[in-house]
Design a protein around this ligand. Structure first.
Ligand code: SF4
Length: 88
């Protein structure tokens, strides 16, 4: 029996890549690499929704600061709020 559930694109990536120290300097390359992986992830939208309140790490192609801005500007009760989100 085959498993047809979509798999996280980060499943085989180094977990430390998704938890950079800071959001400037050398961490920027790490963040961009993590976001590139997220961009190809089949569960990105769900991941972002599930981790919207995470204070650390890259989830759903977003940094903590981007999630903070997303929370401030959109209703988390509305699932469609995430459909137009495009990671920078
Ligand atoms: S969107 Fe979430 S599950 Fe997918 S690669 Fe990024 S962190 Fe992993």
């Amino acid at each position: 029996m085959s498993d047809t559930k979509p798999q996280a694109a980060c499943a085989s990536a180094d977990p430390e890549l998704f938890f950079p120290i800071g959001e400037s300097g050398p961490a920027l390359l790490q963040i961009e690499h993590a976001k590139a992986i997220c961009n190809g992830c089949p569960i990105r939208e769900r991941c972002l929704r599930d981790h919207l309140n995470e204070a650390h790490g890259v989830f759903g192609g977003t940094t903590p600061e981007q999630r903070r801005r997303l929370r401030a500007g959109r209703s988390t009760a509305d699932p469609s709020a995430f459909q137009s989100w495009t990671p920078a």
